[in-house]
Write a protein that binds this ligand. Structure first.
Ligand code: G1P
Length: 279
């Protein structure tokens, strides 16, 4: 059973300054919903309704967003405007939220290790809210797709996509053998390699299902790329034991950590989702 999903949300969002000076980047709206809410809705759709945030300074708005706002609720109760809150109310009713702080920015791997407190010894999902993943209406969300693979194999699973060679240095990149269409056993993984050193053009995107042995691996992972503790390096230790799968997900992914990706996501959501069914 996987019930928990971790959201590392401590990053600064420097690429969006000044918008992110006093506001978490995860609260940037794509049309009318903050990025992090898309991620939480995806987790819930996969049955992961115990949500854990690894936050940092200046991230209070995320916790507040998933809490009841009494003044606001009271003010608009019974009015036309109440409908605008319904989609976040639904999220709040269908999940529990807890959070802990990452006191220092020492990388994604470190953030996940800090989250051990919220997870305990069980498998869990990880969603990087910057990566907005969308699927067609009625299709499995990307996290649901990963959970299904986990249920079959009982191993950690990373979501991957093919990227142009010149872009590999933005991602964790894998070497892998395809065992079924779209499902791979990972033999090597490198965090943000140069195009010449990349083992392939299969890039990891911000969706993972991790088995709890990742925490022990993280405890023994030295700082890697950019002096940070990398989840990719910790996963490599499990991959060497044949314990990591990669899955070429079905759906669209927008890099909302970049201005271009964020604008593309906004246009897409407006045209294909919001304008058809505003909620
Ligand atoms: C992180 C991971 C990287 C992964 C990427 C997906 O990097 O370290 O392996 O490919 O997320 O978005 P970041 O984008 O946080 O630098």
């Amino acid at each position: 059973m996987i019930r928990k999903c971790l959201f590392p949300v401590a990053g600064y969002g420097t690429r969006f300054l000044p918008a992110t000076k006093a506001m978490p980047k995860e609260m940037l709206p794509v049309v009318n919903k903050p990025l992090v809410q898309y991620g939480v809705e995806e987790a819930i759709s996969a049955g992961l309704n115990q949500i854990g945030f690894v936050t940092g300074r200046g991230k209070r708005a995320i916790n507040d967003h998933f809490d009841v706002s009494y003044e606001l609720e009271h003010q608009i109760a019974g009015s036309e405007k109440e409908k605008y809150l319904s989609c976040v109310r639904e999220v709040i009713q269908n999940a529990t939220f807890s959070s802990t702080r990452q006191p220092e920015m020492k990388g994604l791997g470190h953030a996940i290790l800090v989250g051990e407190l919220l997870i305990g010894y069980e498998p869990f999902g990880v969603i990087l809210a910057d990566d907005l993943c969308l699927v067609e209406e009625g299709e499995d969300s990307v996290m649901t797709q990963l959970v299904k693979i986990y249920r079959r194999f009982g191993k950690s699973v990373v979501a991957i996509t093919e990227v142009p060679r010149e872009d590999v240095s933005k991602f964790g990149v894998i070497a892998a053998e395809e065992i079924e269409p779209g499902i791979y056993t990972v033999s090597d993984m490198v965090e943000k390699p140069s195009p010449e050193d990349a083992p392939s053009n299969l890039a990891i995107i911000g969706r993972y299902v991790l088995t709890p042995d990742i925490f022990e691996a993280l405890r023994h992972t030295e700082p890697g790329k950019n002096g940070e503790i990398q989840i990719t390096d910790a996963l490599l230790k499990l991959a060497r034991k044949g314990r990591v799968l990669a899955y070429k997900f079905r759906g669209l992914r927008f890099d909302c950590g970049s201005i271009e990706g964020y604008v593309a996501a906004t246009n897409y959501v407006y045209q294909n989702i919001y304008s058809k069914n505003p909620k």
